[in-house]
Design a protein around this ligand. Structure first.
Ligand SMILES: C[S@@+](CC[C@H](N)C(=O)[O-])C[C@H]1O[C@@H](n2cnc3c(N)ncnc32)[C@H](O)[C@@H]1O
Length: 256
């Protein structure tokens, strides 16, 4: 076994996460820079250290998951969601939505703020999941610095956030109440069913081609008929029909 394989095997035992489903060169680069900084010489040595050191394990988990996010990330796509996609999935019952790999919460909160303004909607419930418990803790608190809010229209900022004394912004309870945050590993855990909309953005890029295909299939399966999958702005699906999906707009795919 080469030394990276020793590491991925140990990592799976310790965390349940299968690193062989993540793009290898990218992951190796990220982890190598961490272990070198910590003074280890090889993946094998690093794996042995992780077994004994919970703090190092947590730090490595942190390095493995890139949590960058912001409200209304790629603003234009959210406009398309509102004007072109929602009319395709509007119906009489509350919408069931999944924000998968939601990181620190900016994405599900953006969704909830956008949907709250749609007066003709019969209501909505958002399940927001990520593999990273630390990111989820921050998401549940819903407190952000101004830099995460750069794309937020001022009317939305005024309506859905309260500004705290230290210049941070907190999402109001009326928005938080629509969202359930939960730990979930996209590569290993069971998927809930019957979603009207799945938003899964800026995480497919980290996975191998075959892992990605498996996820597209499982997500398509989790959607209701006519439900929509919304992916990140570098994550176009080139053969959506293979997964029972049809392009609805750029980066949006509708289940047939
Ligand atoms: C760059 S963030 C994307 C956040 C948000 N969706 C956005 O587009 O702004 C990627 C997230 O994917 C999560 N992630 C990585 N592997 C995962 C897995 N196997 N299952 C669930 N989430 C995962 C990371 O913890 C991280 O929070």
């Amino acid at each position: 076994m080469d030394t990276y394989s020793v590491f991925t095997t140990k990592w799976k035992q310790l965390t349940g996460v299968d690193l062989t489903l993540y793009k290898e060169a990218q992951m190796k680069r990220r982890l190598t820079s961490l272990y070198e900084k910590k003074g280890y010489q090889s993946f094998k040595e690093f794996a042995a250290a992780l077994e004994k050191d919970q703090a190092l394990l947590n730090e490595t988990l942190d390095r493995m998951t890139i949590n960058v996010s912001e409200f209304y990330r790629n603003y234009k796509r959210w406009e398309v969601l509102e004007t072109a996609i929602l009319p395709l999935i509007k119906h009489s019952k509350p919408l069931k939505i999944w924000s998968a790999a939601c990181s620190t919460g900016e994405e599900p909160y953006t969704l909830a703020m956008l949907l709250d303004q749609q007066k003709s909607l019969p209501g909505f419930q958002i399940l927001a999941t990520d593999i990273d418990e630390k990111a989820l803790e921050k998401a549940k608190k819903g407190i952000y610095q101004e830099r995460s809010l750069q794309e937020v229209p001022s009317s939305v900022k005024d309506r859905y956030f309260t500004q705290n004394a230290n210049r941070s912004y907190e999402v109001k309870a009326e928005i938080k109440k629509n969202i359930t945050f939960k730990k979930h590993n996209l590569l290993a855990d069971r998927y809930e069913q019957d979603f009207d909309l799945i938003v899964c953005r800026n995480v497919f890029i980290y996975f191998t081609e075959s892992a990605k295909e498996e996820l597209y299939l499982k997500m398509a399966h989790s959607l209701k008929k006519n439900g929509v999958l919304f992916v990140g702005s570098t994550e176009q699906i080139f053969n959506p029909e293979k997964f029972g999906l049809a392009p609805a707009d750029t980066f949006f795919y509708q289940k047939r």
